[in-house]
Design a protein around this ligand. Sequence first.
Ligand code: DX5
Ligand code: ZN
Length: 229
Amino acid sequence: MSFDRSIKIAPSILASDFANFGAECAAVEAQGADWIHVDVMDGHFVPNITFGAATCAAIRPHIKGVMDVHLMISPVDAYIKDFAKAGADIITAHVEATPHIHRTLQAIRASGAKAGVALNPGTPASAVAELLDLTDLVCVMTVNPGFGGQKFIDMSDKIKTLRAMIGDRPIHIEIDGGVDPTTAPIVAGAGADVLVAGSAVFRGGSVSDPAPYGTNIRAIREAAAGVYV
Ligand code: DX5
Ligand code: ZN
């Protein structure tokens, strides 16, 4: 995976047809998705359950590009190897989900995946200050994690602070939650480069009628491009 700060749109399959993940991933990639965002929830760290590493492994062959796995689970360390083996390119853990986030990020890198760290809306940017040399991606949650389709929470100040902290380091800033053509310019303008979007990508389309996915992805990309810094 090469690094750049161009805008990348990462559809979250949380908003897709759970009986058809493989075809949904292929469809959004064909319609212009840059990464595929995979939300793993445990019903403990977040109040919802999705699926685990076996499902990620089943999805993997259907993704040509980057598989971006967002772990909303606690504990996390015991499962890292399974998700790496499943073919995750990026594994992101929440700073709130583990007592030893430094150890968790070390374990992710040791597994061969890129290491992401996610921050809930209530967690300040300073939570990653000691972690930047161990981190390939900071995920700024713009909703409280657990569900798709929630209302965007403006985290612009946090994104700007992180962008300044990161400086020239090759670390992505990813935004997750409530991203659509209205909110994309806000987060891109503050310094984000990876935009996760679930409902705003999958709405109106399907595997048998995927063109709306492309229209939706282009609308987000174009809205973000106008203000990218
Ligand atoms: C929320 C998930 C998100 C979610 C985004 O806990 O981490 O990835 O799918 O969905 P939307 O774009 O609908 O807010
Ligand atoms: Zn997510």
